[in-house]
Structures are given as structure tokens and as C-alpha cells.
Design a binder for this molecule. Structure first.
Ligand code: NAD
Length: 442
């Protein structure tokens, strides 16, 4: 396949050299003539293990460089945008990406045949759809999805190991505005058959990149926040603390889906509860404050958690702006399946909020009805003694705690007319399992 890459920095150059090594014909484009000249002389402008070797093998054959963006676009079938996206102190600076998109659009004006433009730069969610596509359409006078395709393919390489990371990717995110765009992007990555692929829309592709980096950044600051508390308290070696955390079974082995168990904590939902997490995080924040050590990250953790139950109410309000007299069945009252422990269960704030809005509430749990009755004293809710009784007549069904017994609830609801709204508070079900599905983070 003939590929052009705009921007010959860490990402563009490594992408170009590696795709050439995998058998594609690649032309790299940069506005910096010195960079282009170095590349054409098989000299890498950056230091990366293995890169010099790739350039020696492929420059002048399957890999060339130019300052002429238009020529590169006209001579290729796919164009990657891999220019910088710095943070200017206020917001992401998209000027390089949009400048490149306008130049690509200009070139596409005179290009025959279908062309795919792929954003590889890290851009905030919505950029490809709302800024890159209009820039391409305006400059080319053509229509995205008809005359050309648009993809979003974030890069996860890490400097210092960039060639290795590109050649052995842990994942390939194939984002696109339509199936044809994703299909052509898939062809580019055909020489990487073993890497897991995620086929998604462009916004989701953009978000995957930020979610990955934001999680890593959060973990670093989390550890440092605890390290600072450890220093303030004295007598604690944070390296030993973290070793004690690392050996947790959550970080070891794989679950049924082939993923480390810690990933069960990386699911969107209505928040955590139970007898330990809320009280322990609150106690640590208070203990830190006692020795003058603020715990801003953990405070934010608790604040976000307190706000999640309201999201569930919001999902119902999409269907009934006034929830008064709407018949809602709330399933699962314990803080997690398999226990009758209701302490700090998010089911309770959800039920209170729905009751405050005048919804008519049924509630059911295989084990925690007595606990819920005690916790919700004074709240108008009808506790049912069977799942069937709770579902009877419901206009909306909210699964807060996904007990195994609730697995078939979507199938039951699908047979009803009209179909009740189904709210999945833990993203435990397939989003296509019922006609009227609502889930947090969807
Ligand atoms: P970089 O600054 O090293 O390289 C960008 C290159 O683009 C420069 O050589 C510049 O001259 C060139 N350029 C700018 N506008 C141009 C235009 N109109 N035409 C041709 N060339 C142009 O950037 P980078 O580190 O390779 O990062 C590129 C993108 O990839 C960024 O969005 C970054 O966030 C993302 N990313 C970077 C890494 C990394 O480790 N560096 C990893 C993953 C993703």
C-alpha cells in the first residue's frame, strides 16, 4: 500500500520506518528541510533503538522523504497526520493538525479515486469529527465518507522503545467515520496479525488514548500522594508499601476474559460502596489532614464517587423529564453481588433520589432486602420478595448490583410491549441486549 505521513517526529518517523519494514511504500513529509535531507541520507534526526538500522535498510527503496505534502498525498492511498499537538497553557494547540488537514484537502482537490486520511496525532475527543473533517471538506471541495475516508488511529509507542512498541503493538485502535474508512485502515495494519484490534468511532479512538495516559498519570500522582503522607507520618517506606500493593491478586494472572483482575475496577458505573473502600479512603484523608498533609487526589476520588448515583437518575430523566409516578424497579441493593452487605451501597442514594422525584419504586435483592429496609427507613419503596414481582408493570428497570439471577432480565423485558427502559448501572450487559438500553458512559 502507498502511504504518506505528515510530520516526521518521533511518531511520524517511527511509523514510516516500521510500515516500510512491513512492506508498504512510504513517503514521509516534514516542513523542516534539514530533517527531510537527513532522512533521505538514511540519518535519523532522532535517537531511537533500531531506527538507524531500519533507515539503512529501507531509505531510497520503500521509504523516502519530501517537503512537498501535495506530491506525497497524490502519490499515496492513505495519509497519516502525525504532527505535534502541544498544550498551549490553556488548551490543546490544534494549529499543526488543522494546517496539515487543510494542505491535504488542497491536494485531494485534484486527486482521483478514494483516499483515506488518518489522524495519528493525539487530539481531544471530537477533533477528528468536528474540526479535521470540516477542514478537509472545505479545502478539497469533496465530501468525507463519499469521496474520501477519515480514520483516527492513536499511537501508544513510548520513546526509547518506539520501534519495538510499533512493531509489537499491544493494541491497534482502528477509528473511523464509517466502515469503509476502518476497512482501509485495517489493510494498513494487515502485517500485524497478532495485535488485538479495537474497531471504534473516531471519538472513542481519541478518548482511548487520553484514558490510557490519564490513568497512568493518575497512578503516578496517587503513589506520590501516598509517599508524601508516608513521609509526613514517618516510619514508612513507600517502596515497601507499593511492593505490598503490587503483589495483590488484582495485578496477577488473568480473568475469564484474559485480562488482569484489576480491570474490573476500570468499568464505568454508579460508584463504589461497601464496608471498606469509602470508610478507608475517608479515614486516610482525615489522617493526612491531621498531620497537615492534604490528600487532593483522594478527596477528588470521594467527590466523584458521591456524584455518580445522580448519573443514574439523569439516565431516567432522558426518558421522563418528570419522574413523578413513573414505575421503576430497582434490582440489586447490596453493594456488590454475592453479599447481603448493604453498607454504603449506591443503591440507597439512587432510591432516595428517585423517591424524592416521586417515582413509584419496587426494589428487589436476593439477599439484602432486610438491610435495605433498615437503611431506607421512611423512604417510600415497595420491597418485593421475588424478581418477577419487582419487574411486574415496571416502566423502567435499574440494575444497580448485577447479581447472576438478573442475567436474563433483558430477555424478559424484550418480550414486553412497550419495552421498559433498562438502566445498566455497572455496564455489566451488552448494550444491544434490549431495545431501550441506558448505561453510564455510553
Ligand atoms: P514532534 O514534535 O516530534 O514531530 C512533529 C513533526 O511535525 C515536526 O518534525 C514538525 O516539523 C512536523 N510538522 C508540523 N507541521 C507540519 C506540516 N504542516 N507538514 C509537515 N510536517 C509538519 O511530535 P511527536 O512527538 O512525533 O508527536 C506527534 C503526535 O503524536 C502528537 O500529537 C503526540 O502527542 C503524539 N504522540 C507522541 C508520542 C511520543 O512519545 N512522542 C507517543 C504517542 C503519541
Amino acid at each position: 500500500m502507498r502511504i504518506s505521513i505528515i510530520g516526521t517526529g518521533y511518531v511520524g518517523l517511527v511509523t514510516g520506518a516500521c510500515l516500510a519494514a512491513k512492506g508498504h511504500d512510504v513517503v514521509c513529509v516534514d516542513i523542516d528541510p534539514a530533517r527531510v535531507a537527513a532522512l533521505n541520507a538514511a540519518r535519523s534526526p532522532i535517537f531511537e533503538a533500531g531506527l538507524d538500522e531500519l533507515l539503512r535498510q529501507h531509505v531510497g527503496r520503500r521509504l523516502t522523504a519530501t517537503t512537498s505534502l501535495a506530491e506525497a498525498v497524490l502519490q499515496s492511498d492513505v495519509t497519516f497526520i502525525a504532527v505535534g499537538t502541544p498544550f498551549d497553557g490553556t488548551a490543546i494547540d490544534l494549529s499543526y493538525v488543522l494546517g496539515a488537514a487543510r494542505q491535504i484537502g488542497d491536494a485531494l482537490r485534484s486527486k482521483r479515486g478514494y483516499h483515506l486520511v488518518v489522524v495519528k496525532s493525539t487530539v481531544v475527543p471530537g477533533t477528528t469529527d468536528s474540526a479535521v473533517v470540516p477542514a478537509l471538506e472545505q479545502a478539497s471541495g469533496k465530501r468525507a465518507g463519499l469521496d474520501f475516508g477519515v480514520g483516527m488511529n492513536p499511537e501508544f509507542l513510548s520513546e526509547g522503545e518506539a520501534v519495538h512498541d510499533f512493531m509489537s503493538p499491544d493494541r491497534i485502535v482502528l477509528g473511523g467515520i464509517d466502515a469503509r474508512s476502518v476497512g482501509r485502515l485495517e489493510e494498513v495494519y494487515r502485517p500485524f496479525p497478532d495485535a488485538p484490534r479495537l474497531r471504534v468511532n473516531t471519538r472513542t479512538a481519541e478518548m482511548i488514548k487520553y484514558a490510557s495516559n490519564a490513568l497512568l498519570a493518575t497512578l503516578v500522582s496517587f503513589t506520590n500522594e501516598l509517599a508524601n503522607l508516608g513521609s509526613a507520618l514517618g516510619g514508612i517506606d513507600t517502596s515497601e508499601v507499593m511492593r505490598g500493593v503490587h503483589v495483590s491478586q488484582y495485578f496477577r494472572g488473568c480473568n475469564e476474559e484474559g485480562l488482569p483482575p484489576i480491570t474490573s475496577f476500570l468499568r464505568a458505573g454508579c460508584g463504589f460502596g461497601g464496608s471498606c473502600l469509602p470508610k478507608d479512603v475517608n479515614a486516610l484523608i482525615a489522617h493526612g489532614q491531621g498531620v497537615g498533609q492534604e490528600m487532593p487526589l483522594l478527596k477528588a476520588v470521594m467527590r466523584t464517587n458521591q456524584e455518580q448515583p445522580a448519573r443514574v437518575v439523569g439516565l431516567l430523566e432522558k426518558h421522563w423529564p418528570e419522574l413523578r409516578d413513573v414505575r421503576v424497579a430497582v434490582l440489586g441493593l447490596s453493594f456488590k453481588p454475592g453479599t447481603n452487605d448493604g453498607r454504603e451501597s449506591p443503591a440507597f442514594p439512587i432510591i432516595r433520589a428517585l423517591s424524592d422525584r416521586g417515582a413509584v419504586l419496587n426494589a428487589y435483592d436476593p439477599a439484602a432486602v432486610a438491610e435495605a429496609r433498615a437503611a431506607l427507613g421512611g423512604v417510600a419503596v415497595n420491597f418485593c420478595d421475588s424478581l418477577g414481582a419487582a419487574l411486574d408493570d415496571a416502566e423502567a428497570v435499574v440494575v444497580v448490583t448485577p447479581w447472576e439471577q438478573f442475567r436474563d432480565v433483558p430477555a424478559v423485558l424484550s418480550r414486553r410491549t412497550p419495552q421498559p427502559v433498562f438502566v445498566d448501572c455497572r455496564r455489566a450487559y451488552d448494550k444491544h441486549c434490549v431495545g431501550r438500553y441506558e448505561g453510564i458512559g455510553l
